[in-house]
Design a protein around this ligand. Structure first.
Ligand code: NAD
Ligand code: DAU
Length: 369
């Protein structure tokens, strides 16, 4: 099972890590269906782009006819669905694409894939019996953790706070309803914050590395005491492949790295690593940490996320390989070494977003010391 994979959103941060592993590590056949929004970068798949096992289809998951044709031609054993609008701040500024891709797109994909699976029962029941649909989701569907010791478990009630997390919660509900109503063979994963190479620089970790190198302010929302549970992207990719191939149908698995860190601490650690790895600072910058600047908080900002990953560890034997220390060091080094990739993804559209979003923020003037 699992030799022919249809991945949606494979040109994004996590999807590209999954595809690199599937094609070069596991030698599987993969078709990648991606719309190439601002967040999709074929450059992230350069290492495997010319491999005969890899096929790219430039398509929107909301386009049922095209997606149907991909299923017909490729005949997947596994679908891993990652395509989504993924940035919380963008969902606050403009929710429409989140509703369209995350909810309508997931619905469209479910229906196309279900029709394919139904037909497969007639033509190839063995293949139909092994077919899996893996929906990749987020811990943000659970909302804010209240108690300092609380952890998200797979049965934590949903309480999304942002348009992004509400759209992801909706898609999870659709997938579960399809499972229950149609006997649809699904697995769902809910993961915490990823970081690592090829991360689009609108997100906290790459934004801070690149701003620091450019001598620009490091914008920390509110007081920076919000906690996220960080996981190195390649550890997530391995967990996803494990769940898709070995997870029990109908089950949900939480994935996390046991790395609870406040945002301020993340930024401070990045600054310390840069002091060591890139001591040639931009003109006028004495210490990278002097660039830390507190700005207006994100509306509806969740205070704390933390994952109990014991189910996937116990049942599937997955554990992360990287600690936050080792993973962050690799990540900072990767951004220092890959200026070409950064240059290509930070296009006009990216610059426009940064200017609009951070330009409107009320900087309280208090630099961190
Ligand atoms: P990303 O924004 O880096 O990539 C998303 C990809 O989806 C891009 O390649 C984009 O072009 C593609 N896409 C967007 N709309 C599309 C559409 N309508 N049709 C086809 N392709 C489309 O996102 P990511 O960080 O790699 O996240 C991937 C998935 O994992 C998402 O579903 C996200 O909710 C989930 N997730 C992310 C994290 C994280 O920390 N990044 C954590 C947990 C879960
Ligand atoms: O928890 C999983 C989620 O993690 C995924 O589902 C999302 O797709 C992914 O984007 C990420 O969401 P976050 O909102 O947590 O990630 P982001 O990098 O945008 O922000 C991380 C934290 O840092 C958050 O508390 C907001 C804060 N932040 C972010 C930015 C961009 C800042 O303080 N300053 C910033 O400039």
């Amino acid at each position: 099972m699992g030799s022919r994979w249809l991945v949606t959103g494979g040109a994004g941060f996590i999807g590209s890590s999954v595809i690199r592993e599937l094609v070069s590590g596991m030698r599987c056949d993969v078709v990648n269906v991606d719309k190439l929004t601002y967040a999709g970068n074929p450059d992230s798949l350069k290492a495997i782009a010319s491999d005969s096992r890899y096929t790219f289809v430039h398509a929107d998951i909301c386009d049922a006819a095209t997606v149907q044709e991909v299923f017909r031609r490729f005949g997947p054993d596994v679908v891993m669905h990652l395509a989504a609008e993924s940035h919380v701040d963008r969902s606050i500024a403009g929710p429409a694409p989140f509703i369209e891709t995350n909810i309508v797109g997931t619905y469209t994909l479910l229906e196309v894939a279900r029709a394919y699976w139904k037909a497969l029962w007639e033509s190839d029941p063995r293949k139909a019996g092994g077919f899996r649909f893996h929906h990749v989701s987020t811990d943000e569907v659970y909302g804010d953790l209240q108690g300092a010791e609380d952890l998200f478990i797979e049965t934590t009630p949903y309480a999304p706070s942002s348009p992004y997390s509400a759209s992801k919660a909706s898609s999870d509900h659709l997938v579960r309803a399809w499972q229950r109503t149609y006997g649809w063979p699904t697995v769902i994963t809910n993961c915490s914050n990823n970081y690592g190479p090829y991360h689009f620089p609108e997100k906290l970790v790459p934004l801070m590395i690149l701003n620091a190198r450019a001598g620009k302010p490091l914008p920390v929302y509110g007081n920076g005491h919000q906690v996220r549970d960080w996981l190195y992207v390649e550890d997530h990719a391995r967990a996803l492949i494990k769940v898709a191939t070995e997870g029990e149908v109908g089950e949900t698995y939480n994935i996390g790295g046991h790395n609870e860190v406040t945002n301020l601490e993340v930024v401070e650690r990045i600054c310390e690593l840069l002091e060591e790895l890139a001591p040639d600072k931009p003109e006028g910058v004495k210490q990278y940490r002097d660039l830390i600047t507190f700005v207006a908080d994100r509306p509806g900002h969740d205070l704390r996320y933390a994952i109990d990953a014991s189910k996937i560890e116990r049942e599937l034997g997955w554990v992360p390989s990287e600690t936050f220390e080792t993973g962050l060091r690799k990540t900072v080094q990767w951004y220092l070494d890959n200026g070409d990739w950064v240059g290509r993804v930070t296009s006009g559209a990216y610059r426009e977003w940064v200017e609009k979003h951070y330009g409107e923020q009320a900087v309280d003037g208090a630099h961190h010391d």
